[in-house]
Ligand binder design. Structure first.
Ligand code: SF4
Ligand code: SF4
Length: 219
């Protein structure tokens, strides 16, 4: 494992996360690839009798490796890096209005556990499906609720356009009057935070209304 961490530049405190998401054979595969590319036959030979075509196929489908044009496999980019470019990805995701979800916690030994997802609202299917099936109250449960402060809000309406769940409304503007403050419908808000990250006035904050399962587990 230490070897893999050195090869991929993964911080050691992410070990629990790696163990949970990568199978032992996938870890072996990445270690053997050592940042380079191999043909399927070379990879099978390096991994020994337990390896198979289906292992490579599965590793590719899970984003552990990627395939080059000539058919060789090479490690896929490892996305969990706490470096400045990772922070810039998170900021860009915020700017683009992607729905971010985090299930991060620190375990009893001070190690980071969980994952961060920069999910787009097109593919964040559980929330969309819950809405279609009208089961939002059952699953997935939202952990945050958007709260709007009228004072800094200038009524620009950006939050309304960004909300993927049509949870924000605004009274029609009256001639000669400033735009009214939008209203967030708590029953429709899924706590995605897209409105808050896009508000130029920082008028929306996310109120935590439910602990994550991990937080409850480690409490
Ligand atoms: S984006 Fe911010 S400033 Fe604009 S209407 Fe929404 S809360 Fe108000
Ligand atoms: S946090 Fe709520 S109100 Fe804000 S964009 Fe998401 S669903 Fe809409």
């Amino acid at each position: 494992m230490t070897e893999l961490f050195d090869i991929c530049g993964i911080p050691a405190f992410l070990e629990p996360w790696i163990n949970r998401f990568y199978t032992p054979l996938e870890i072996d595969l990445l270690t053997n690839l050592n940042g380079k590319a191999m043909t399927a036959a070379e990879a099978r030979q390096a991994l020994g009798p337990e390896s198979s075509d289906s292992l490579l196929e599965r590793a590719w489908r899970r984003g552990v490796v990627r395939r080059l044009d000539d058919g060789r496999v090479t490690p896929a980019d490892f996305h969990v890096r706490f470096e400045s470019w990772a922070l810039s990805i998170v900021k860009e995701a915020n700017r683009q209005g992607l729905m971010q979800g985090a299930e991060l916690a620190v375990d009893s030994q001070g190690r980071l556990d969980g994952a961060l997802c920069n999910c787009c609202n097109d593919c964040c299917f559980p929330h969309q499906l819950a809405r279609i099936l009208e089961v939002e109250k059952f699953w997935p449960l939202s952990r945050y609720l958007a709260q709007l402060s009228p004072e800094p809000c200038n009524g620009c309406g950006r939050c309304i356009r960004r909300c993927p769940f049509d949870a924000i409304t605004q009274a029609k503007k009256k001639k000669g009057m400033p735009p009214s403050t939008p209203v967030i419908e708590a029953n429709l808000c899924r706590g995605c935070g897209v409105c808050a990250t896009g508000c130029p006035q920082e008028a929306i904050c996310m109120q935590k209304i439910r602990a994550s399962e991990l937080e409850t587990y480690y409490a």
